[in-house]
Design a protein around this ligand. Structure first.
Ligand code: GCV
Length: 712
């Protein structure tokens, strides 16, 4: 690519003019100006009023200014248009073509679906002759309709395109930022953040970069995300103040995110009445405590009328909670829910509660059991504006875990699944590890047995009253947002799966590729698409192959959780052990001889997981301690499987790097270079994993690799 071509690409793929000449521009991720070409070249009419309609108008105006189209906002004269965005309740307009398009949209609406309303966020897209029409009942629907048109590109204007209606399956699609306001001495500005500093906070103050936040909001709105919590669930002293003295900082963020349909939520400390209110207790049944929360919450809503609610990590890893007062988590969550209820707010209460001072000698305590043991007995006791937020697995965001049994145990509770977009245990945005297929597996899991209701059904709930989908965010002030440019796809995919948890993740990835690497800005779009699929589609499984085997988990370096540390956690207090000895490896979680965790599942899976014979290979060591010679369903022994997958995993990463090199000169050089540099690190780190894991098990077991490969 020559310098001129490179400048042209820069123009098409980056946003924001830098204020200093040598300051790098922020990558536009999946909304490069080029993605708006098809829309921006059209004559567009926007009809309706409201903050989010203004956002649509602004987006379309910018696209039209760039690509030569025209835009009107509800004119009082007749106009010829190619595209109409209209609120259904808006007045008639004099334009004949607009009237016809709206009528066609209404007719299509009557024909499609079951007559259910489009709702607060849904939209319909239809064609009438040469005109495309997007109808919505509410402004947010028009905004989501706009991004749908962007995704479709020219296909949105295909005369043969049948009408389609869309509404999100899940009401709340939320990102949790683990961003600290003050820099934490160990965790830094962002806990488990792999993309630089926070976009919200910097060394104790708001960062104040409204342009960047606005860009973030539009990226999220394009995926469908509609809620963001802006501070770490571990709430320190400075962060606690966001609820009161520093509420203005939160209000400023809310002002920037609001035009994109995103509500702000806040992580709060359960001890806030003591820390902030000077009360002698935070006991959830104490009247003064209840009054404090009610008054404080009222003040929050006076300042931020559309405030989303609170997120709470209680009695977990040192955070305060109701246990200190002999109360349970329903008492704790209901206290906050009661304060939020008059304002329509919701409390996300995390189920991540376990003993983090375990004795590794004690084989009877099982961290995997903890969430179920604490929460399942409380089913039915939570107020309706409590969402119990459950990590997808029973332990902690591992590359492979069974789906948390809590999700099948609380039919009378609103449940949300918590995913981790930030790649704490999956390569920390230094490795390509596309998590869409993993999340999709979780969402499609049928906890009551094949063919039954799925996790997607649980979080959707009856009449969409489920708890929704939540994820820990992965962005920072990095110029590519996510450190690894390909990690942007995880953020995009999360939003799209939260909009529709039944979608095929490969299709979502394809969508991301088309937006991020617009075919019109690439010399060989097919090669780019195919190469990215080859690199990313199976990258989560490759990561799994070269790291902890067969669901046993962890084996990472304690503290930073990066790279191999096979015995790193084996003799610690954290409850994450693999119990490898000279004869075998794995954790016995059976009912018959182990911790009994397997029995927390409904009968179908309890039976499957109970026996090493029926347990799926990929979870064998999560549920069972087996000899190295145990034969898997694949036909391989456990020890040979460990060797084979670790060799294969590294070879796959080497192949990824080779494939990426074929894109040199074909895509934006800065993206190319960043990914190339990270792939070098991935090859290095995967090799380290392979050699440490293989050597460890060769030394423990004394069983040689049957293929005689080099193990150290
Ligand atoms: C925010 C894991 C992480 C912690 C995190 C915790 C949680 O343990 O390592 O950094 O704390 O999960 O989900 O609360």
């Amino acid at each position: 690519m020559n310098a001129e071509e490179s400048m042209e690409l820069d123009r098409l793929l980056f946003v924001e003019e830098p204020s200093e000449p040598d300051e790098p521009r922020v990558h536009a991720a999946w909304l490069p100006p080029e993605a708006f070409r098809a829309l921006g070249a059209r004559r567009v009419l926007i009809h309706g009023d409201g903050l989010l309609v203004d956002t649509v108008l602004d987006e379309v105006s910018r696209a039209c200014a760039r690509y030569g189209g025209r835009v009107w906002h509800s004119p009082s004269w007749d106009v010829d248009v190619d595209l109409v965005f209209a609120l259904r309740g808006a007045d008639e307009l004099p334009s004949l073509s607009v009237r016809a398009a709206r009528a066609a949209g209404e007719a299509a609406l009557a024909e499609t679906g079951d007559g259910a309303p489009l709702g607060d966020e849904g939209f319909l897209l239809a064609r009438d002759g040469d005109v495309t029409v997007v109808l919505a009942d509410a402004p947010a629907g028009l905004l989501y309709g706009l991004f749908h048109v962007v995704r479709l590109c020219a296909a949105a204007f295909d005369p043969a395109r049948p009408a389609e209606r869309h509404r999100p399956a899940l009401r709340r699609r939320m990102l949790n930022h683990w961003d600290n306001v003050a820099v934490h001495p160990v965790m830094g500005q962002v806990e488990r953040g792999y993309a630089g500093g926070s976009i919200f906070w910097q060394e104790g103050r708001p960062r104040g970069d409204r342009a960047r936040l606005r860009e973030y909001a539009r990226l999220l709105a394009c995926t469908g995300v509609n809620a963001v919590s802006v501070n770490n669930v571990n709430v320190g002293r400075t962060e606690a103040l966001l609820l009161t003295d520093r509420l203005g900082d939160v209000a400023e963020i809310a002002d920037v995110l609001r035009p994109y349909g995103i509500r702000v939520h806040l992580s709060v400390s359960f001890a806030a009445p003591m820390i902030l209110g000077g009360l002698p207790t935070a006991d959830p049944l104490d009247d003064a405590v209840r009054a404090w929360w009610a008054a404080t919450t009222r003040r929050v809503y006076e300042r931020i009328p559309d405030f989303g609610g609170y997120l709470v990590k209680a009695d977990s890893e040192g955070q305060p909670g109701p246990f200190s007062y002999g109360r349970d988590h329903a008492d704790g969550a209901n206290l906050l829910a009661e304060a939020l209820a008059p304002h329509g707010g919701v409390v996300h209460w995390r189920a991540f509660v376990y003993n983090h001072h375990q004795d590794w000698r004690d084989r009877s305590t099982d961290r995997a059991r903890a969430a179920y043991d604490h929460f399942a007995p409380l089913d039915g006791r939570f107020r309706t504006n409590v969402v119990l937020q459950v990590k997808y697995g029973p332990v902690d965001f591992q590359t492979r875990e069974p789906v948390s049994p809590v999700l099948a145990a609380m039919p009378a509770t609103r449940l949300a699944v918590e995913l981790q977009v930030t790649q704490e245990y999956t390569g920390q945005q230094r490795h390509v590890c596309h998590l869409g297929p993993w999340w999709s597996e979780v969402l499609r899991f049928a906890p009551w047995g094949p063919g039954g209701r799925t996790i997607a059904d649980v979080v959707t709930g009856e009449a969409a009253a489920g708890g929704g989908l939540v994820a820990v965010a992965n962005v920072g002030d990095d110029r590519f947002w996510t450190g690894h440019p390909l990690a942007q796809a995880n953020l995009y995919t999360f939003g799209r799966l939260a909009w529709d948890p039944r979608r095929d993740p490969a299709e979502v990835l394809d969508e991301w590729i088309t937006l991020t690497f617009p075919p019109s800005a690439t010399a060989d779009p097919d090669l780019v698409r195919q190469t990215l699929h080859e690199i990313m589609d199976d990258s989560w499984r490759s990561y799994e192959r070269y790291t902890a085997p067969l669901g046993v988990g962890f084996m990472v370096n304690p503290g930073d959780h990066y790279g191999p540390g096979v015995d790193g956690y084996e003799y610690t207090r954290w409850g994450t052990y693999h119990f490898a000895d000279r004869d075998g490896v794995g954790v016995d979680r059976s009912r018959a001889s182990g911790t009994g965790f397997a029995a927390q599942y409904p009968p179908y899976w309890a039976k499957v997981y109970e026996s090493p014979e029926s347990c799926p290979d990929e979870l064998l060591l999560f549920f069972h301690h087996v000899p190295y010679g145990h034969v898997l369903h694949s036909g391989s022994t456990v020890i040979q499987h460990i060797y084979d997958t670790h060799f294969a995993g590294v070879e796959e990463v080497v192949a990824m790097r080779r494939r990426w090199q074929t894109l040199n000169g074909m895509i934006d050089p800065s993206v190319y270079e960043r990914v190339a540099e990270r792939l070098d690190e991935q090859v290095r780190c995967a090799t380290e994993w392979r050699d440490q894991v293989n050597t460890y098990f060769l030394r423990k077991s004394g069983v040689p690799d049957e293929r005689g490969r080099e193990i150290h």
